[in-house]
Structures are given as structure tokens and as C-alpha cells.
Design a protein around this ligand. Structure first.
Ligand code: GLY
Ligand code: MN
Length: 360
């Protein structure tokens, strides 16, 4: 990990030079993990050409020494941002970059004050995100395992779908099975939605009990060796009526078309359009109320966005979800989601379980 992190910091240094920054001030835990291996939740990482320093407090100093190499540890005195600002002042940093999506207005104002008037603060969005989007082979290997675990857990959760079971019970079992399978936890709050609640794309599990003739949406992801997976399947409890079968066919066709569109060089907007176009053919596009997918990696939602009009072009090493859905308020919803890696010559679906409609 330490040599990998050094290579990543070197790549970041190249981006800093291009942006004429003396240093990047990183306040986002996933980014400092990516660049140093530090897993603590409090700190600030400062990367400048040829050097990296982590400011953190006494709870994490042992952890920094254990988890990082060639990273200077600055034990904070007073507040974290005061210490960070003082360090930048001592180092004579004139042009400090920050990511405006990750550093709050309040944090920036404290940093500005502590660093003093000689330091200029420059918004530098997405520099680490750009590097993180392109997964290395070792990251892809972890993501494959995380995706397989999510598929296994989802498959075993389907066996729990008996009339009378509560959404909460199924969600609890899913998260228990993830940890049993080696995950450090769920990648996001597990979605288990029965009946008309499945029309809420991000339903939170409740005490609702399953009844016959209901749709069930299960959307879950595991964090395994720091990397996330994200998978959704929709099940019908009973014999699905013709209209549910048709909606399911439409969503599956939309997902298949979007996955087929995934290729290095294709824009994320075009992948999104491939799904939307199929649903339009079924007159269901109005009911597809979210984007087609998102980048996946150390976090469940990261660069790129696979949404309408997104110009970013897919590159080898990127991993995205493809998750079209249709949602009929008061009736129910259908979503099918898989994780897809882009390679130079092909596309790899990391989540491996079947996608056909399951009727229980
Ligand atoms: N699977 C949850 C989400 O993508 O937001
Ligand atoms: Mn997702």
C-alpha cells in the first residue's frame, strides 16, 4: 500500500503543478485514505510536491505511524484547522488548493484565518476524484470480491421473503450476513421496500410486513477491504400480473442497453440516454426519476455521474453502476442494478447474479 500511495501522490503532484498550486489541503477521509492509507476519521492531509503531512489528534497518532509511510505526522495543538493553517504558514505555502465540494465555508474561513493573508486559497475541484476514478488492478480485484459478496447476500435475502416478514428484519439479516462475509459494514443504508413502498427509490426499511402479491426492492452494498459494491434486484411475491411483467421487461431491456453502451470513449450522458430511450419506447421514461448510475469505489457515490447530458467520457479502469428503474406511486417500483468495470477492449459486469424476474 505504501508504494501505491506514493505513486498516487506523485500523480497528484502532477495535477498540482498544472493548477499552479503549492499544496492541496484535503479534508475528505476517503481521499486521505487513498493517498496515504490512513483510516482515521479526523485529520487534514496536505500534499505538496514531494511531501505529504497529516495533521491529526492524539487519538490517531499511533494509527498514522502504523498505516502510512513517508507521511509527516503533525500532532494538532489547539483546533485541527488552526494547526493546519499554522503549518501552511510555517511552510510558506502561497497557493493552497482545496476541493469546494469537500471543504465547508466554515472550514475554509478558519483555515484562511490561521494560515494568514499571504496564503491564497484556490478552489481545485475533483483532483483526487479524477485519480480515484481510474481503478488500479488491485482495486478492481477488491471490487470484484465486494460485488460477489453483495450478490451472495442478496441471493440469501431472497430466501427470507415470506409473507409476514418485516422490512427491518430482512435489512438486519442482510447487514449481518455482509459482516459475516468479511465486510466492514454496508456501503449505504440497506434498502428493503415492500409493496407500494418500493415506489420510493430510497425507501428506508420499516416495520411493514410482507404480503402476497407485492413487489420487493432489495438494494444493498458491502464495503469489503475498503471498496464498495452496490446491487439491486426486484422480486415479485406471487405470480406477477402482466403489467408488472411488462414493466420488469422494460427495465431489464433498459439496463441491458445501457450496459451494452458502456465502452471506453463513450460519454456518460450517452450511457444514460441508452436506458432512457428504451423506457421511452414503453412510455415509462416519465417514471424513471433518477440518473442511470454513478461511479463506485472507496465510496458508494463517486465520480463520474452517469446522468443526462454528462460529457465525461468513460475510461479504462472506471467502475460505474447501471441502475434504471420505474416507480409508480401507490403501486410499486422496479429497479435492477449492477456494477460494471470499463476496460480498454471490453466491459466487465462485476455483480454476477441473474437478472430475470423472480416470482416467489
Ligand atoms: N444503491 C443506492 C444508490 O445508488 O443510491
Ligand atoms: Mn447505486
Amino acid at each position: 500500500m505504501s508504494s501505491t500511495c506514493k505513486i498516487r501522490r506523485k500523480a497528484l503532484t502532477g495535477l498540482l503543478s498544472a493548477a499552479k498550486l503549492d499544496a492541496l489541503v484535503i479534508t475528505h477521509p476517503a481521499n486521505w485514505y487513498y493517498l496515504t492509507g490512513f483510516t482515521g476519521e479526523a485529520g487534514v492531509l496536505i500534499v505538496s510536491p514531494g511531501a505529504a503531512a497529516l495533521v491529526t489528534d492524539g487519538r490517531f497518532t499511533t494509527q498514522v505511524r502504523k498505516e502510512t509511510s513517508s507521511v509527516r505526522l503533525i500532532e494538532q495543538k489547539g483546533s485541527l484547522l488552526d494547526s493546519t493553517g499554522r503549518f501552511l504558514r510555517q511552510k510558506g505555502i502561497r497557493r493552497a488548493g482545496f476541493d469546494p465540494a469537500q471543504t465547508s465555508v466554515a472550514q475554509l474561513s478558519l483555515l484562511r484565518k490561521a494560515a494568514g493573508a499571504r496564503t491564497k486559497w484556490i478552489a481545485a475541484p475533483g483532483l483526487v476524484g479524477t485519480l480515484r476514478a481510474r481503478k488500479e488492478p488491485s482495486e478492481l480485484a477488491r471490487m470484484r470480491q465486494a460485488a460477489i459478496l453483495a450478490g451472495d447476500v442478496l441471493t440469501s435475502a431472497i430466501n427470507l421473503l415470506k409473507p409476514g416478514v418485516m422490512e427491518n428484519e430482512v435489512a438486519a439479516e442482510i447487514e449481518y450476513q455482509m459482516r459475516r462475509g468479511g465486510a466492514s459494514g454496508p456501503a449505504f443504508e440497506t434498502i428493503v421496500a415492500f409493496g407500494d413502498r418500493s415506489a420510493l427509490p430510497h425507501a428506508r426499511p420499516t416495520a411493514k410486513r410482507l404480503r402476497k402479491n407485492e413487489l420487493v426492492v432489495l438494494d444493498l452494498g458491502a464495503i469489503l477491504a475498503h471498496y464498495c459494491s452496490d446491487i439491486t434486484r426486484t422480486v415479485y411475491v406471487g405470480r406477477a400480473p402482466a403489467r408488472v411483467k411488462e414493466w420488469y421487461r422494460a427495465v431489464l431491456e433498459a439496463q441491458t442497453a445501457a450496459i451494452a453502451a458502456v465502452k471506453a470513449g463513450v460519454s456518460c450522458g450517452d450511457v444514460d440516454a441508452a436506458a432512457r430511450q428504451v423506457l421511452a419506447g414503453y412510455k415509462l421514461d416519465r417514471l424513471f426519476t433518477h440518473s442511470t448510475g454513478h461511479g463506485l469505489g472507496l465510496e458508494v457515490h463517486e465520480d463520474p455521474r452517469v446522468a443526462r447530458g454528462q460529457k465525461a467520457r468513460l475510461e479504462p479502469g472506471w467502475v460505474i453502476t447501471i441502475e434504471p428503474g420505474v416507480y409508480m406511486a401507490g403501486v410499486g417500483g422496479i429497479r435492477i442494478e449492477d456494477d460494471v468495470a470499463v476496460h480498454a477492449g471490453n466491459t466487465e459486469v462485476l455483480t454476477r447474479i441473474p437478472r430475470d424476474l423472480i416470482e416467489l
